[in-house]
Ligand binder design. Sequence first.
Ligand SMILES: [Zn+2]
Length: 339
Amino acid sequence: MPRPAIIFLAPWLLTATTMMAHALGDNEGAADVPLTGDTVAHFASVDEARKILTKRDRFVAAQSPWDRQARLKSAGDVSVDEYLKFVSGEVIAWSDADREKIVDAIAKVRERLRIWSLPFPRQVVLVQTTGKEEGGAAYCRENAIVLPRGIVAGRSAEGLERLLLHELFHVLSSHNAALRQRLYTVVGFSYCGEIALPAELAARKITNPDAPTIEHRIEIDVDGEPIAVVPILLADSAKYDAAAGREFFAYMKFRLLAVAKDERGHYTPRLRDEKPWLIDPAATPSYHDKIGRNTGYIIHPEEIIADNFTLLMLGEEDVKTPKILDDIRAILRQPADKK
Ligand SMILES: [Zn+2]
């Protein structure tokens, strides 16, 4: 996801002509647009988009009851079926004007990607929605990038180019597990297995479609002691207030959950005063020392790398922590079979 504008500086990414193509697909006559290498961008028809958004993929599987309730702004429990029906109803058809805007932005993106050889899937699907299903944010589901109408309308060509690069990183990452793990190490994260949250946190977990799993740890320094932590997103209230009807971003708190290896070698949440030990990243300079200072969107290694990837593709090298861009560049330049 781009980020929530309200809370972080920048976004679940917030705040995403020559085309002529192989007219594949049945998208009301719209041609696919070359993106990079053998990869094309495909504008989804409403039916295609509904099929994608109603898949029970890793995002749907990872959702908490709170996630679904807040997305539907419901006072009561929401089943997965009800959630999927709701999402399906928020799909809208691409208008010619919006499609043209995106085609122009893709032309810029194509030029940025031209010098790289990145292992994207053969097709990146572009879906348009009202945005109501995900707090108005752009996000990905498998190889589809979901772009709410408000974002396409409100963004300049440059803003859309930046947004598309950020979201394209999520597609690249979700389709290349080994590459993803290597890139996460650039900002200090390593794989530690899925962390099972204690019930009191699981009930109010907020799930980012672009980084739905909690399975990467980072070591930070807390009062001179090295502590392993995983980033998590929590609602600050266990109960969603349907009467207020606010978007889930308004409830979102970003915390670092301390974890430690148990006797079987599995990482599990660490307790302090008999409760899960939650650390505020804003009060933890060592977190920022590890992840660098090139972006304010720091809720998960996936988002930190997505923003740094965007900076690298745009050639914006005047950043606070250039080593991160250097390290990402070195990994992406390796031959595909080494990635
Ligand atoms: Zn993102």
